[in-house]
Design a protein around this ligand. Structure first.
Ligand code: AMP
Ligand code: MG
Length: 339
């Protein structure tokens, strides 16, 4: 199969909606990461996503809509979910809602809830509007690889496996949507993202974060968000994250760097780079938002440059920093050292 990469003009949107309606896959940009979409109401099409990604069948997909009028046919949002939709949609927030029977089990991996999201990215919105069907989409990477934040990343992973990638440039947030369970009294974040705990608290007065967000699941423990069970976001090189006071982190990273054999690189916020002089470094940017935006492309670039050892500074777990740390810790298979 030839994979076309097209700028989103009228002809490209037209092709995308024809493909989606015919049960084929289309990769598209969103404000979080690139998604790999299929008609959410077509179980055969949905299965193709799992095949193309090599994704375990027990990992559910998120259903993307462009208009709230599509909700009723698909799910029953709780009153709290409705409030969150009003406040944060369109945007990087996925809400778990009780699913209706119209949604195939392949989408939800057999769960009775479905993750619903209305993206704000203009290309995603236009594609969804023209397709006229809800679109099930996980991130457009091969399973376990870092999520794609550019069309080139998608091409790297999906070349020959899908017919079309819509190229909308680099994604704004760079980390996947916040996944939130609003079925109970207190909303619970199952996967942190750019809609933060602080923002939800401000709106509703309360918001918890599932404690499995920052630690590996225990043997036999049920995953509140199934994606958390799987190896995730991993670069090919071995990654360790160092957490603690900045000067101790720098000292520990420099010691590990100097003792390491093979090709090693340090991932740090740019204001800290001078602590690692004379060593290979990559900048995660100036701020937590930039770190979110750049994290996955840093991991892919470290692979492309042939590094087999990565040493990363932890970032603050405040606001979007929690999303960055959640992805970093998973990419490191929880090799996080407190120093
Ligand atoms: P991705 O955005 O590629 O990471 O895939 C979607 C992720 O959303 C999954 O890995 C799950 O962690 C989460 N998710 C989707 N639907 C549900 C659901 N019904 N219940 C819990 N988590 C979900
Ligand atoms: Mg993913």
């Amino acid at each position: 199969m030839i994979t076309q990469v097209l700028k989103p003009d009228a002809a490209a949107y037209d092709l995308a909606s024809r493909l989606l309606r015919a049960g084929e896959l289309v990769a598209f940009p969103t404000e979080t990461v690139y998604g790999l979409g299929a008609d959410a109401l077509n179980a055969q099409a949905v299965l193709r996503i799992f095949e193309a990604k090599n994704r375990p069948a027990d990992n559910p997909l998120i259903v993307h809509i462009w208009d709230a009028s599509q909700l009723d046919a698909l799910c029953e949002p709780s009153p709290t979910a409705r409030r969150l939709m009003d406040a944060f949609w369109p945007g990087p927030l996925t809400l778990l809602c009780r699913k209706k029977t119209t949604v195939p089990n392949a989408v939800t991996a057999g769960l009775d809830t479905v993750g619903m999201r209305m993206p704000s990215h203009p290309v995603a919105r236009e594609m969804l509007r023209r397709a006229g069907v809800p679109v099930a989409a996980p991130s457009a990477n091969r399973s376990s690889r870092p999520s794609p934040t550019t069309a080139a990343h998608v091409y790297e992973d999906m070349q020959g496996r899908i017919p079309l990638i819509l190229d909308g440039g680099a994604c704004d947030y760079g980390v996947e949507s916040t996944v939130l369970d609003a079925s109970g009294d207190v909303p619970v974040i199952l996967r942190p993202g750019a809609v933060t705990r602080e923002m939800v608290r401000e709106l509703l007065g309360a918001c918890e974060v599932a404690d499995s967000v920052m630690r590996p699941l225990r043997e036999g423990e049920a995953a509140p968000s199934p994606g958390m069970r799987h190896k995730h976001y991993a670069p090919r090189g071995r990654l360790t994250v160092y957490r603690g006071p900045a000067d101790r982190v720098a000292a520990a990273i420099n010691r590990a760097y100097d003792a390491s054999e093979g090709r090693t690189v340090i991932l740090a916020l740019s204001p800290h780079l001078d602590r690692y002089q004379g060593r290979d470094t990559m900048s995660m940017g100036e701020s937590l938002l930039e770190a979110a935006q750049r994290l996955f492309s840093c991991l892919r670039e470290a692979d492309a440059r042939g590094y087999d050892r990565l040493l990363a500074e932890a970032v603050s777990e405040q606001s979007v920093g929690l999303a960055v740390m959640n992805r970093l810790a998973r990419a490191a298979a929880f090799d996080v050292e407190d120093v």
